[in-house]
Design a protein around this ligand. Structure first.
Ligand SMILES: Nc1ncnc2c1ncn2[C@@H]1O[C@H](COP(=O)(O)OP(=O)(O)OP(=O)(O)O)[C@@H](O)[C@H]1O
Length: 251
């Protein structure tokens, strides 16, 4: 079964192709980290796949009517401002709207609130939480949708280390339970440890994809990010640490 299938997907912005002919299949059980430098096209790719951005080529999700699409995929966008002074619990419950008033609603909301460590603040206005706490509440809202696919744009930016690891574990657990997650990430260390597959994007194209150890090679990291890094498979799992800028190469 395929949860998302992209064929030759392209996005043009200001007459420049910022996503260039991407083909990609996501199957149940995968936690995919979408990595690449600023401006590589990660957000554009995710939004086009969801049908939120004009594109050429084929996306299985973008083709679905809105109701079915909402039950198939939850989206956590990059801009994470909470505008309404609703409680955390109410905010998370809003994620259940595509399901109508389904019997499992309360349980799904509780599961998401607990998974993101929000039990103690569930009755506080979401607008009065810290930035990182608000980000966690929005992850909980996306998780509460319990869709087969979760599409998340930089979901762990601004979270403290414990909350980052907890969120990555929540995503990995969703994949292990038969769902799939695709998340754009800038923390390559966490991506290396928790994702089952990495997709390295550069100037709108896939430069490498596969298990983290195959993608985070010195050659790829040097060419795409212009940095050196240390990668090791340790008894505690894979460790990736960026080290330094590479000396500027002659044009
Ligand atoms: N609203 C827009 N109008 C025109 N061009 C845009 C717009 N948004 C993004 N772009 C351009 O599209 C390219 C890809 O941007 P995109 O936001 O997809 O990159 P990204 O990989 O998500 O970057 P980041 O890591 O900084 O979030 C960039 O060159 C950017 O300048």
């Amino acid at each position: 079964m395929m949860l998302l299938s992209l064929r030759d997907l392209s996005v043009t912005r200001r007459s420049r192709k910022v996503v260039q002919g991407i083909s990609l299949d996501i199957t149940p059980g995968e936690f995919i980290g979408l990595i690449g430098p600023n401006g590589a096209g990660k957000t554009s790719l995710l939004r086009a796949a969801l049908g939120l951005l004009a594109h050429e080529g084929h996306s299985s999700l973008a083709m679905l009517p809105p109701g079915r699409r909402a039950r198939m995929a939850a989206f956590l966008p990059q801009g994470r401002q909470i505008a309404w002074p609703v409680t955390v619990e109410r905010l998370v419950a809003l994620g259940r709207i595509p399901h109508g008033a389904a019997p499992g609603d309360a349980a799904a909301i509780d599961r998401a609130i607990t998974a993101l460590g929000l039990d103690e603040m569930r009755h506080r206005p979401a607008t009065q939480l810290s930035g990182g706490e608000q980000a966690r509440a929005l992850i909980a809202r996306a998780m509460a949708q319990e869709t087969p696919l979760l599409v998340a744009d930089e979901p762990i930016a601004g979270l403290d280390p414990a909350a980052q690891i907890a969120a990555m574990r929540v995503f990995a657990a969703r994949a292990a339970a038969g769902g799939a997650v695709i998340a754009s990430l800038h923390d390559l260390g966490l991506a290396a440890r928790h994702c089952s597959r990495l997709i390295l994007l550069d100037r709108g194209r896939i430069v490498a994809e596969g298990p983290p150890a195959e993608v985070l090679t010195p050659d790829h990291i040097g060419r795409v990010f212009g940095i050196s890094a240390h990668f090791a498979d340790t008894a505690q799992g894979p460790v990736f640490q960026p080290l330094d800028l590479l000396p500027a190469r002659a044009p």
